[in-house]
Design a protein. Structure first.
Length: 103
């Protein structure tokens, strides 16, 4: 079992999966609130939710690809919040890591 690559990435898998689940709920709430604020139409709410959902799903893939092999600490509440925040801020994290490699 210790030779299984998925077992080695279990902390990252759990973190990104739970953060993505929370992000789906957050995207639904944000889509509702922004849709009501900007135009109060069902189509607008669905469009905002879809865009936010696409954003966090792509972010989950990017983050998992970038940090999964380095994530070895057990998942805690604080680490889950970090994963959640990272899913929403992933372009900044990606830009920061790209900028660090250029120097």
């Amino acid at each position: 079992m210790n030779d299984d690559p998925l077992w080695k990435m279990r902390h990252a898998l759990a973190g990104v999966a739970l953060a993505l689940l929370l992000s789906v709920l957050a995207a639904a709430v944000a889509g509702r609130l922004l849709g009501d604020l900007l135009g109060d139409s069902y189509g607008l709410r669905v469009s905002i939710y879809g865009a936010l959902l696409l954003y966090v799903v792509v972010g989950a893939g990017v983050l998992f690809a970038k940090v999964a092999r380095h994530e070895t600490r057990p998942l805690t509440g604080a680490r889950l919040l970090r994963w959640f925040a990272s899913l929403w801020l992933w372009p900044l994290l990606l830009a920061a890591s790209a900028g660090g490699r250029r120097s």
